[in-house]
Ligand binder design. Structure first.
Ligand code: SF4
Ligand code: SF4
Length: 194
């Protein structure tokens, strides 16, 4: 007989945005069948919800599934119980990061560098973003990553998708930063001045 541990479920209900919605899940599997990324996920949304109730804290917070969600909304519109599956998945990803879990290290690194650029420039400088991302694991790995992507870089330059000179901040960057600071204060944004 399985011994269920409800402590993680309580933690989720109390701390994760939309976490309490999981109580309504009847394990029908419609969300899993609707999710275009379920083949890439280690656990489907349905299984994630079951694991939360079974107390599988480490497995859930380390899962790639909660970081892979692309916000396509298929699960939310099809769930017969009206559970906002997408919001729960994002809530879990946010909670995992706040707890020091980084389920998809490279996604988190990319996201962090992306947000720093938005805060600094109000736009993305592909050259700088790629450099910071490629070299996040050290110089040698950075050279390997760069060589792997060199063809794409050349294509982007040729199609003017990447400019040779550094990008400048957009007009109104101060106003944008104020908005991002406010959003961060409200707990809804990930940007910071760092
Ligand atoms: S579709 Fe809704 S009720 Fe069905 S498994 Fe997914 S979350 Fe649960
Ligand atoms: S919103 Fe996320 S979890 Fe839901 S179906 Fe789309 S990718 Fe899957």
């Amino acid at each position: 007989m399985t011994n269920y541990d409800s402590s993680f479920a309580r933690e989720v209900f109390e701390n994760v945005d939309y976490g309490e919605e999981i109580k309504m899940c009847m394990q029908c599997g419609v969300c899993a069948a609707s999710c275009p990324l379920s083949m890439q996920m280690d656990y489907s949304p349905r299984k994630i919800f079951l694991m939360i109730r079974a107390g599988k804290r480490e497995e859930v917070l380390n899962s790639n599934a909660i970081m892979l969600c692309t916000s396509c909304y298929s699960c939310k519109v099809r769930c017969p119980r009206g559970i906002p599956v997408i919001d729960v998945m994002h809530g879990l990803a946010n909670y995992a990061i706040r707890q020091g879990y980084v389920p998809r290290k490279y996604t988190a690194t990319f996201g962090s560098e992306f947000w720093k650029q938005i805060y600094r420039l109000g736009r993305i400088d592909e050259k700088d973003l790629s450099r910071r991302y490629f070299f996040s694991d050290g110089f040698v790995q950075g050279i390997k990553n760069t060589l792997e992507m060199v063809d794409m870089g050349i294509t982007m330059f040729l199609h003017r998708r990447m400019k040779p000179l550094p990008e400048r901040p957009i007009k109104g960057i101060k106003g944008l930063r104020k908005m991002l600071d406010k959003a961060a204060q409200m707990g809804k944004g990930g940007a910071s001045a760092s």
